[in-house]
Design a protein around this ligand. Structure first.
Ligand SMILES: *[C@@H]1O[C@H](CO)[C@@H](O)[C@H](O)[C@H]1NC(C)=O
Ligand SMILES: *[C@@H]1O[C@H](CO)[C@@H](O)[C@H](O)[C@H]1NC(C)=O
Ligand SMILES: *[C@@H]1O[C@H](CO)[C@@H](O)[C@H](O)[C@H]1NC(C)=O
Length: 659
């Protein structure tokens, strides 16, 4: 279900959808057939589609009505806020007034109430204003997860200062780059990361930046981590600072103003800073929580990094905009996950990427089902483990969300449809500015027809997912990156009409006839071998199952004198239990010859990004160079894997291996 509709332009159609929704509610659930007929005939009238559509619409009726009702509620709220020109700190004040003593953030033994967060963020705002920071300035925030983290950027946003939420795992060059690319005027560093900052302090353009060092007064980590040379002791300064009222600065803020930068790792190159405005933050967060029907009295467990979209927007946003309580954790731990959910009485938990698989890999324990988690939401629950996951941990509802931090088109699957990343109601097909277009699966370049325009995919045909950009409508605007050149690459022009613009997600999806979307691959992750297209995510899924849920990454490697790329799998074998012969048999039994990896590299662990994504590019660039790699490498020879030797390597490199 798409969250962002081109609503002003399509007012009439929206009214139509509302009408259908209301008729549906009034007719009640008991008369689905009558309802199906009403909707089906409406669909027929609006879209002029064929009888199959009529059938599909009746099958998905309940889903689509729920979606329509939630969607209307969402847009009602957002339009109301947008009209009133509200920004995030204002909405947060309203939340504080409702229940100032409710817990906002809990972590370990520390609890901040809504009033605490309000007071602390006011203090930050007032302090930085007194230090001469102005609307439009950027401050880089380098800090591990702690309850004050969101309060710091919220405070800065009160005086219009933009916070760059720097990934706290970065060191050296990527860290320097992140601070520079956002054009930061100062760095606010958590004492625990002082060393990381110290390493790069000599660098050009970092040298002269003022540093504010923060530590937790009560936990006294100030003495454990000495103050960096020349840095300001922020904790001490704040304790002496007399907070001045910043209400006027808040009222001067505008919804389309930048609020924070969130870095996206992307697949190539250094981190890019995506611009998040107040409005965008509201759209993203409310979109997820309204479509998933989250409640204000929910307690959310958020073990994800809060400098990223999932943890910091979709998660933390519920606290700031809706008054939900949230339990944070410094670092995700699979073995403590359910115990934490019980300890904090959580009813909702967040996941991302490979996290669900790590939970499944923990031995069975009573806590698996003793918790009260009703809903888990996030992105990247793999279809292969979906069912096992919900049944083992007794999760009633999965909210799988799809959307890029910087993109303009989002999907949600709140229908428990296994494996789907979202859906667009069929009746709404033409209202939503998202679609799949045919592309070269290897490069992701759109394929254009004779008329020079792109070709829309039919159900069942894989294509790259794109969303229309309408710069006048905030919900579909692409706010881009801090770096202009990076923004241009993500936009395709003249797609269906001259002059139109679409955001290119770079993801290859497939849609079924019921309107569900399924993830196939990221463009650039498919490679060609023996004339066939090999989807690395498909091969990864199979290998992970053969290895009973151990980590694996698959990528293509170039071989001299051979066309295409050969498959290579990196698999994790931390406990040294890999049996290469049974692995060979598993691979032979479940993969066609062209997609069996030619090389297997066995590692004790895989390099990982902060969001539990595996670092494919690093492995890919190391390839199978046996003189450089210390890990054992195996080579597929007559259907079985055997150790890859220096002689094999020389043969492969000289084109004598008979490939
Ligand atoms: C928050 O600040 C207000 C006014 O600045 C003060 O009256 C109140 O006691 C503070 N509350 C807390 C919990 O610190
Ligand atoms: C836990 O949450 C439930 C509702 O989700 C509530 O009824 C109960 O009182 C809570 N228990 C505690 C100890 O907070
Ligand atoms: C592989 O992909 C290319 C372009 O995406 C396509 O032209 C070709 O037909 C595909 N090959 C197979 C065997 O599917």
């Amino acid at each position: 279900m798409l969250l962002e509709l081109d609503f002003r332009k399509r007012n009439l159609t929206l009214v139509g959808t509302c009408l259908v929704g209301f008729i549906a509610i009034i007719c009640a659930w008991n008369t689905p057939l009558a309802l199906a007929l009403v909707v089906a005939s409406l669909v027929y009238l609006i879209t002029g589609n064929r009888p199959t559509t009529v059938y599909c619409v009746s099958v998905t009726l309940r889903r689509d009505i729920t979606a329509a009702v939630r969607f209307i509620r969402l847009n009602y709220k957002l339009i109301k806020w947008e009209r009133a020109r509200k920004i995030v700190p204002q909405l947060f004040r309203e939340v504080v007034e409702r229940d100032p003593n409710k817990a906002a953030f809990i972590m370990d033994d520390k609890k901040l109430t809504f009033q605490d967060v309000e007071n602390f963020s006011n203090k930050i705002a007032s302090y930085f204003k007194s230090k001469g920071f102005k609307r439009g300035d950027t401050v880089a925030l380098l800090m591990e997860t702690r309850p004050e983290y969101p309060a710091i950027w919220l405070g800065l946003s009160k005086i219009g200062v933009v916070t760059a939420l720097v990934n706290s795992n970065l060191r050296k060059d990527p860290l320097t780059h992140s601070i520079k690319v956002a054009d930061s005027k100062a760095v606010l560093v958590g004492a625990e990361l002082g060393e990381a900052l110290k390493e790069i302090r000599g660098q050009n353009r970092i040298k002269d930046l003022p540093v504010f060092q923060f530590y937790d007064e009560n936990q006294n980590d100030g003495s454990k981590f000495p103050l960096l040379e020349g840095a300001t002791d922020l904790t001490l300064d704040l304790s002496k600072h007399e907070t001045r009222d910043v209400t006027e600065d808040i009222l001067a803020g505008k919804p389309k103003e930048k609020m924070v930068y969130i870095y996206t790792s992307g697949t190539t190159g250094l981190p890019k800073a995506a611009v998040i405005t107040h409005l965008r933050y509201m759209f993203m967060c409310m979109g997820a929580s309204e479509m998933l029907a989250m409640r204000e009295d929910d307690v959310i467990y958020n073990p994800l990094p809060i400098y990223h979209t999932a943890g910091g927007m979709l998660g933390v946003g519920n606290v700031l905009l809706r008054g939900t309580t949230m339990a944070l954790r410094k670092k995700f731990s699979a073995s403590n996950f359910w115990a934490d959910c019980i300890k904090y009485n959580c009813s909702v938990a967040q996941y991302i990427g490979e996290l669900c698989r790590y939970l499944l890999a923990v031995p069975h324990k009573p806590v698996d089902t003793q918790h009260k988690v009703r809903l888990m939401f996030g992105n990247g629950l793999r279809p292969q483990i979906w069912h096992q996951f919900v049944s083992r941990f007794n999760i009633e509802e999965i909210g799988e969300l799809y959307g890029a931090t910087e993109g303009n088109s989002n999907l949600a699957n709140f229908d428990n449809q296994i494996g789907a990343i979202g859906f667009v109601p069929l009746a709404a097909g033409k209202l939503y500015p998202v679609t799949l277009i045919k592309c070269d699966e290897e490069t992701g370049e759109p394929i254009r027809g004779e008329d020079g325009k792109c070709i829309a995919c039919k159900p069942g045909e894989p294509g790259v997912f794109i969303g229309k950009i309408n710069p006048r409508i905030s919900s579909s605007a692409f706010s881009g990156y801090a770096d202009k050149k990076a923004s241009e690459k993500k936009v395709i022009q003249n797609v269906f009409k001259d002059g139109d613009m679409y955001f290119n997600s770079g993801d290859i999806l497939v849609r079924d006839i019921l309107g569900y979307f399924y993830f196939k691959d990221r463009t650039g992750d498919t490679f060609r071998w023996r004339g066939e297209n090999v989807s690395t995510s498909e091969v990864e899924a199979v290998i992970t199952n053969i290895l009973s849920l151990k980590d694996s990454v698959v990528y293509g490697v170039e071989i001299p004198y051979v066309e295409g790329k050969a498959g290579m799998a990196a698999v994790v074998d931390a406990d040294k239990t890999l049996d290469i012969d049974s692995f060979s048999i598993g691979v032979r039994g479940s993969l066609p010859p062209y997609s069996r990896p030619l090389f297997v590299r066995v590692l004790p662990e895989l390099p990982m990004t902060g969001t539990f994504k595996l670092k494919k590019r690093d492995l890919q660039s190391e390839g199978f160079n046996i003189y450089k790699i210390k890990d054992p490498i195996y080579f597929l020879d007559k259907g079985m894997y055997r150790p890859f030797t220096p002689k094999d390597y020389d043969d492969v490199m000289n084109g004598r291996a008979g490939l």
